[in-house]
Write a protein that binds this ligand. Structure first.
Ligand code: NAD
Ligand code: DAU
Length: 349
């Protein structure tokens, strides 16, 4: 039996990756390591938590010595590293948390792998990253795997830094690494600070939908299970030391996306057409707001045969249905300081 470490498995994307691996690979033992920040939630994994090939370890990747102890104890064969601070707005207000978790945390895992994996045969250290490391595009063009790095927020700079460290450990120490850079994910279990679940939550509760600036920024949206399928493929069939871009070829301006979401929500909530758009509130722009992201995922499509399975309209309907059917989940994650945080955010604008 192989033992695979998945970090950040209690978060949004991590929980989909953990679920997929636990169900699809009964011959793997999946160790989910997460320190359960505000974004980490074991309720995301209720359906698989009692599976015999799953174990949860509460630990912080910024604790370097502890990572070595855990690598010794579990003798991991592979690592899929997702743990990170992931929200751009929070990186603007509190950059240091991003430096610790995303840079120091990654280097701690790299050091543990380098020190404990004396033999690299059949080992893999797979680092999950973002398209934001490439910077911002104008109206045309795409990000390719060889696009020069140009991170522009504390979040993307911390992720770029971790990508560089992963490549450096491959080049210098021969650590068998893989990296993928993905575009914006959406789907069930995403914390309602990111645009889509935040808008769903606010529309449902008749709260304003904050649209930054003029709403003209463009993102390339991918259903989270399609990201998980790409991660599965890259982990098993990706070429060591390579980078793969993952994206949906699905560009939307924020305002067009919010209009589509409003239409879907009006229909699902049986409100008359045009009700939810009245909640749109143009608010102060995000500092340094990147204009456009768009991924060319030709490499993973050609070399590994991956392609997204869901059209956006279908994925968005599925997502809305999930949030409307999981009110208890939303109530739990929005209890405590959540609303206070958002009320403070809006008064600043
Ligand atoms: P998330 O914020 O939902 O989850 C992050 C998880 O990491 C949480 O469970 C949290 O508790 C855990 N974590 C944070 N700091 C930790 C620490 N110090 N020690 C242990 N665990 C810690 O994030 P997500 O959206 O699921 O993103 C997962 C990964 O994918 C991140 O590396 C992110 O950069 C990357 N990514 C995200 C997107 C996206 O659209 N969300 C797109 C591309 C890449
Ligand atoms: O591109 C991949 C990245 O996508 C990931 O690496 C990040 O972890 C993930 O958070 C996401 O970053 P974005 O900043 O693009 O996602 P977010 O959902 O925060 O914002 C999407 C767009 O919507 C962006 O242009 C900002 C805008 N926005 C966001 C929020 C939260 C608004 O207009 N209003 C909002 O309230």
């Amino acid at each position: 039996m192989k033992t695979i470490l998945i970090t950040g498995g209690a978060g949004f994307i991590g929980s989909h990756v953990v679920r997929r691996f636990v169900k699809k690979y009964p011959g793997y033992k999946i160790v989910n390591l997460d320190n359960l920040t505000y974004a980490g939630n074991l309720a995301n994994l209720r359906d698989i938590e009692n599976e015999p090939n799953y174990e949860f370890v509460k630990a912080d990747i910024t604790a370097g010595e502890l990572m070595k102890v855990l690598f010794k104890k579990y003798r991991f064969d592979g690592v899929i590293h997702l743990a990170a601070e992931s929200h751009v707005d929070r990186s603007i207000s509190s950059p240091m948390e991003f430096i610790y978790a995303n840079i120091l945390g990654t280097v701690n895992l790299l050091n543990a792998a380098r020190e404990i994996w004396t033999d690299h045969t059949n080992k893999k250290f797979y680092h999950i990253s973002t398209d934001e490391v490439y910077g911002s595009l104008g109206k045309t063009g795409f990000f390719y795997e060889n696009t020069p790095y140009d991170p522009r927020s504390p979040y993307s700079a911390s992720k770029a830094s971790s990508d560089h460290l992963v490549r450096a450990y491959n080049h210098t120490y021969g650590l068998p690494t893989l990296i993928s850079n993905c575009s914006n994910n959406y789907g069930p279990f995403q914390f309602p600070e990111k645009l889509i679940p935040l808008a769903i939550h606010n529309i449902k509760n008749n709260r304003l939908i904050p649209v930054y600036g003029k709403g003209e920024n463009i993102r390339d949206w991918l259903f989270v299970e399609d990201h998980a399928s790409a991660i599965d493929l890259i982990f098993h069939e990706g070429k060591i030391a390579e980078t793969y871009n993952i994206g949906g070829h699905n560009e939307w301006t924020n305002i067009a996306l919010i209009h589509l979401l409003c239409e879907i929500m009006d229909r699902k909530l049986k409100r008359s057409a045009g009700t939810s758009v009245n909640l749109i509130a143009y608010v102060k722009d995000r500092a340094g707001h990147d204009l456009r992201y768009a991924i060319d995922s030709g490499k993973i499509q050609k070399e590994l045969g991956w392609k997204p399975s869901l059209q956006f309209a279908e994925g968005l309907e599925k997502t809305v249905d999930w949030y409307l059917a999981n009110e208890e989940w939303m109530k739990n994650v929005t209890s405590g300081d959540y609303q206070k945080y958002y009320d403070n955010q809006y008064t600043k604008r």
